[in-house]
Ligand binder design. Structure first.
Ligand code: 13P
Ligand code: SF4
Length: 306
């Protein structure tokens, strides 16, 4: 089957079977083209709460599909590829947070959405990379434990010096793998390019960046810029996506390490087969756990609206 034929068939099937397809910005262009909602983790969370369709298909990684299920518990939520997880989501165990809270009852626990349902259930507020600064600034308590991404946590601490932000030792293995010398070398090779980096990168890499933001933030920065050359400090799918959108401008990948294997697992064929057969991983969450884990996500959405 040709890509165009498969896409047409997906568009027909999603209408017939009442599906809404939500795709993270890291998905391939052929998936983004047939999705109803595309964007960063914040947009996917916000939209998942509003979708009217009976069935939701999440193209991304597991924590995103779990989040969609928490926000729309009465809907059928499918994960495009059951193998697609985010290693950072499982780096910290809920027991660690429970004992931290016992020892430090005066702290608010802020969890990046890249976390399991069990970890969200013991946290107070969630954040995404695009909402973190605003959401943390609006938390009344100044004592914050930020989990699991130490790089995003340290970045937010640098933006909000009045807050006392503790971080634990979690990170995205892809973004954290990029070194300062790779960033210096990319800037030396491309002296006219602006470096746009995701806050999951290390502080010494972020220090060299001209712009720091979420995946959607990076895309929008390019759309609103008059510049012609950019070094992209996030997953290579964003570099490829921007190069397609702007074939005449120049985009360079900050590091070849920035290639998320989990985000690459979902194919157009996975999407087609789930719609065609109705067989795929349907997310099931313990209702009590789901209710607890949903609260910090709803809190994030509410604070970000202010
Ligand atoms: P966004 O908040 O930009 O969607 O990032 C999620 C992610 O997993 C980046 O690696
Ligand atoms: Fe997780 Fe990193 Fe992949 Fe994002 S890029 S999904 S944080 S492993």
């Amino acid at each position: 089957m040709k890509i165009r034929e498969m896409q047409d068939e997906i568009i027909r099937l999603k209408k017939e079977k009442d599906f809404c397809i939500l795709a993270h910005s890291y998905m391939s262009p052929e998936i983004l083209e047939i999705a109803d909602i595309c964007g960063d983790s914040f947009k996917l969370s916000e939209e998942a709460a509003k979708v009217k369709n009976k069935n939701l298909l999440l193209c991304g990684v597991r924590f995103m599909a779990e989040g969609a299920k928490m926000l729309s518990p009465d809907k059928n939520v499918y994960l495009s590829n059951p193998e697609a997880g985010c290693p950072m989501a499982e780096q910290i165990m809920p027991e660690e947070i429970i004992s931290f809270k016992k020892a430090h009852p005066d702290y608010t626990v802020v969890a990046y959405v890249n976390t399991t349902a069990a970890l969200k259930a013991v946290s107070d507020v969630c954040v995404t990379s695009s909402s973190a600064e605003k959401v943390v600034s609006l938390i009344e308590n100044d004592n914050i434990l930020f989990i699991p991404d130490k790089n995003l946590g340290s970045y937010i601490a640098s933006k909000l010096p009045n807050k006392n932000i503790k971080v634990l030792d979690g990170c995205c293995p892809r973004h954290n793998g990029v070194t300062k010398s790779e960033a210096v070398s990319a800037k030396t090779r491309h002296p006219n390019a602006l470096l746009l980096a995701h806050p999951e990168c290390r502080p010494e890499v972020l220090e060299l960046a001209d712009y720091i933001g979420s995946t959607s933030g990076i895309i929008n920065y390019v759309r609103n810029s008059n510049h012609n050359e950019f070094i992209i400090g996030t997953d290579n799918s964003i570099t490829e996506y921007l190069q397609l959108e702007y074939p005449v401008r120049k985009f360079y990948q900050l590091s070849e390490k920035l290639a998320c294997r989990n985000m690459r697992l979902t194919t157009l064929v996975d999407v087609y087969n789930i719609l065609r057969t109705g067989e795929g991983e349907k997310i099931e969450l313990d209702p009590e756990l789901s209710e607890k884990a949903k609260k910090p996500i709803e809190k994030m959405i509410e604070l970000n609206r202010r």
